[in-house]
Design a protein around this ligand. Structure first.
Ligand code: BGC
Length: 281
């Protein structure tokens, strides 16, 4: 739904050719933010493996969009919370593309419940995909980056990992304790790994989206009433679009961002600015 507050000049598309010759894996790339990241990376010149867990048709559509941009696309099924799936996924992508230069750890989900009613299953599911999944994929990517090392014609770094975090790596979220705990974990996992692998010229960073128009938070933007309530949390007064995140990820993966190591980039229309204090305090 286009709102009055959505109107304004459209941001530019991704700067082309920042990633020519690079090979990327985007997890959870068949829809939402992951799909936008996969397309933005392809627009910037990368070949992209589109990981999905279920829904092969949607993944195939994303591969079609990547190929229409003149890049190679590859749909790869894997549950990122499963060690064997992740090993098989990296083997398949390395076999097809030769190597991996960029990992976007995007796969994530919410299973919301009031804290006292949250089941162990809901807790384990969210931690398993959102946090353990990022651990397993990052570990596999670091192994490949170290094996290959720096190829100067491709990139001045040996590899890049971008972890999809959230404003909820820092903002507590009642009713979503498993999700906030997973993203808080992602924050310190990413920074700690970044510290450990930076001497190998491997860059690990996070992107922390605010409210982005995707299926995960449909309830928060679908009706006019919900949208207006959401905007009280967004000083820039528009919902984020998946492409807002895709552009950031493509740039962060490029050598233009080579000195960014262990950071979180918030892409949130100002949600982190404590908007409740705009008129009080
Ligand atoms: C969540 C969304 C939420 C947004 C802002 C994201 O990480 O997945 O459901 O709208 O944070 O609260």
């Amino acid at each position: 739904m286009q709102k009055t507050s959505d109107r304004g000049p459209a941001p530019p598309s991704t700067t082309p050719e920042l990633l020519t010759g690079q090979k990327a894996i985007v997890t959870g790339a068949s829809s939402g933010i992951g799909r936008a990241c996969a397309i933005a990376l392809a627009e910037a010149g990368a070949d992209v493996a589109v990981n999905y867990r279920g829904g092969a048709e949607k993944a195939a559509e994303v591969v079609g969009e990547i190929e229409a941009l003149g890049r190679r696309g590859l749909a790869v099924q894997a549950d990122v919370s499963k060690e064997d799936d992740v090993k098989a996924m990296f083997a398949e992508v390395i076999d097809a593309f030769g190597t991996v230069d960029i990992l976007v750890n995007n796969a994530g989900l919410q299973q919301d419940a009031p804290f006292a009613e949250m089941t162990l299953e809901q807790w384990n599911k969210v931690i398993g995909v959102n946090l353990t999944g990022q651990f397993l994929c990052t570990r596999a990517a670091v192994a490949e980056f170290r094996r290959r090392g720096i190829v100067p014609e491709v990139s001045c770094s040996a590899g890049k990992v971008i972890c999809m975090s959230s404003v909820h790596e820092a903002i507590p979220w009642a009713g979503h304790v498993n999700y906030a705990a997973s993203k808080g974990g992602v924050m310190l996992m990413a920074k700690s790994v970044a510290q450990e692998v930076a001497p190998d010229r491997i860059r690990v960073n996070s992107v922390a989206p605010g409210a982005i128009r995707t299926p995960i938070n449909r309830d928060a933007w679908e009706t006019d009433e919900a949208y207006e309530k959401l905007m009280r949390l967004v000083p820039y007064n528009r919902i984020g679009e998946p492409a807002d995140i895709g552009r950031t990820v493509a740039w962060l993966a490029s050598d233009q961002a080579d000195y960014i190591v262990g950071s979180t980039i918030y892409v949130d229309g100002g949600m982190m600015l404590y908007p409740g204090f705009a008129t009080g305090g």
